[in-house]
Design a protein around this ligand. Structure first.
Ligand SMILES: [Zn+2]
Length: 231
């Protein structure tokens, strides 16, 4: 699994042109897709808790054609016709799971925008809860979804899962800093194909995910040869 990708890669992964940040089971898929960004000036308050690797994802505003200032009105649960909005569909899925109406949480694939046409594949999460609350910060009601990491798409070996878990604990700001410093290339061979964020001192040996000095970019080949050595 690659964790530095372009928007074209995201589209290729999913097989359709993703037009919205929130996609509830798009194209008849058995899972949902959320696009996020914690960049400065990002439109929504998404955040990662690096300790628990939990994602807090904010719902989205009313469509521009329904309000002159979408940021000043409550994020909508339903549309004018009374149908659930994208917010509403995610909210219902979370509540159904919280209220034990469904046994399994909604499975969600997360892509994180790190920079202009630079995305990070955050992998699989499960939607464990949701709130629809008034916040002092925004002076209106917004949706807040809590997502926890899950490994279960079955496509990765245990070693790959472990490696990937380390990688996705790296905060977006650190990824952006490292990407810039390493000029978007493998530090060993200069390749810009199949890139990964790598911990110089492994997470399992106490290496930090929140210090750019301990993170570097490796291509798939050098990433694999390194993880062979660790084992
Ligand atoms: Zn390389």
């Amino acid at each position: 699994m690659r964790d530095i990708i372009s928007y074209t890669d995201v589209v290729q992964n999913e097989g359709f042109n993703i037009q919205h940040g929130m996609n509830f089971r798009p194209q008849g898929k058995p899972y949902s897709i959320l696009l996020m960004s914690v960049r400065k000036g990002a439109p929504y308050n998404d955040s990662f808790d690096a300790q628990t690797n939990t994602l807090l994802y904010e719902g989205h505003d009313v469509n521009r054609n329904e309000s002159d200032s979408p940021k000043s009105v409550d994020q909508p649960m339903t549309s004018r016709t009374g149908a659930l909005t994208r917010n509403g569909r995610f909210y219902k899925a979370a509540k159904d799971y919280q209220n034990k109406k469904t046994a399994n949480p909604e499975k969600v694939r997360i892509y994180d925008k790190i920079g202009s046409n630079i995305w990070s594949d955050r992998g699989w999460f499960k939607l464990v809860s949701a709130d629809y609350v008034f916040t002092e910060q925004e002076k209106r009601k917004v949706f807040q979804y809590r997502l926890e990491p899950t490994n279960s798409d079955g496509s990765m070996s245990p070693a790959e899962v472990e490696e990937f878990e380390f990688s996705r604990r790296i905060p977006t700001e650190i990824k952006r800093e490292v990407y810039k410093r390493d000029e978007g290339k493998c530090v060993h061979c200069g390749s810009s194909e199949n890139l990964h964020f790598d911990h110089i001192l492994p997470w399992s040996k106490g290496g930090s995910s929140t210090d750019a000095k301990n993170v570097q970019i490796l291509c798939g080949k050098h990433n694999i040869s390194k993880s062979d050595k660790i084992q």
